[in-house]
Design a protein. Structure first.
Length: 286
């Protein structure tokens, strides 16, 4: 499931993406509309109740909080992350997951970010996976930031989460665009019959992941929901591997997929109809 592209193809995509952002920035500057309607500084909770086949009774109501795409600095400031952490800590989470892209231009910002994230409270811990920007800057530095705060980063790994006599398997793949995701290796130790919750930065790889019937739920980020979404039109700009399942809840074969809209911003510091998001997933028996 390793995804790679030629340099020329990647360059064309990047050119089109940044050209699109330039157009959006021009519209924002000339009309003033997006600037006055900017939602980028107010995190919100989006809640979903998902029926999961084979969920043990002891996991009924199990609550997962997801955040993604912080991109700390220059646009995303620590105050927004602190606000999101405070909101999470009011939700009585069983598990908190982070689905990649922690930095943008300043890789050392990960140490400040993870110091804030270490204040998150969850009954069964906090787990993270890597995103494409984390690899493009310096993935070893990003991992060091998480290691410093003892927040596990799952790279083609999984851990069982047990509640009473029941369990689910939390799995995390390497980044799908610039890493080497290996689903087979990741699920080797998954307990028989335990639903799998998979963390994977890029949502569009759900078409492949869903072929493994053990995966009940994929949680992704990557797209920022487009940052700017117009009613009836949707997002202006979406990244590679984030154009099919760009925002919100989907059913892919027999698997649920949720694409989180992210906390931070890149390219322009604006969000419209797509606020910084904390996703609250509540599991129930199918």
């Amino acid at each position: 499931m390793h995804v790679s592209e030629g340099l020329s193809r990647f360059s064309r995509r990047e050119f089109l993406r940044f050209s699109g952002w330039s157009l959006v920035a021009t519209l924002a500057a000339t009309s003033g509309f997006l600037a006055t309607q900017n939602e980028a500084k107010r995190a919100q909770v989006f809640s979903k109740i998902l029926p999961i086949k084979g969920l043990h009774a002891s996991l009924e109501g199990f609550k997962i909080l997801q955040m993604s795409d912080f991109h700390l600095y220059p646009y995303t400031q620590p105050e927004l992350v602190q606000q999101a952490v405070s909101i999470c800590n009011t939700r009585n989470a069983d598990l908190i997951v982070l689905t990649g892209d922690y930095v943008w231009r300043q890789v050392d910002a990960v140490f400040e970010l993870t110091a804030i994230l270490s204040n998150l409270k969850s009954k069964h811990g906090i787990f993270a996976v890597i995103g494409n920007h984390d690899i493009w800057t310096n993935v070893n530095v990003v991992k060091a930031g998480f290691n410093q705060q003892r927040i596990p980063v799952l790279v083609n790994q999984g851990v069982p989460i047990s509640v009473g006599n029941g369990s689910l398997y939390l799995a995390g793949l390497d980044d799908g665009q610039s890493g080497k995701p290996d689903l087979k290796t990741t699920l080797e130790d998954a307990p028989s019959g335990a639903p799998v919750v998979l963390l994977l930065h890029e949502p569009d790889l759900a078409d492949r992941v869903s072929k493994d019937s053990r995966v009940s739920l994929q949680l992704s980020g990557h797209t920022h929901g487009g940052q700017i979404r117009l009613p009836g039109i949707g997002a202006f700009i979406l990244p590679y591997l984030g154009r099919k399942y760009d925002y919100g809840l989907y059913r892919v074969d027999q698997m649920w997929l949720y694409t989180n809209g992210g906390i931070g911003t890149i390219s322009i510091p604006v969000r419209y109809n797509c606020p910084p998001e904390i996703t609250e997933i509540i599991l129930t028996s199918a």
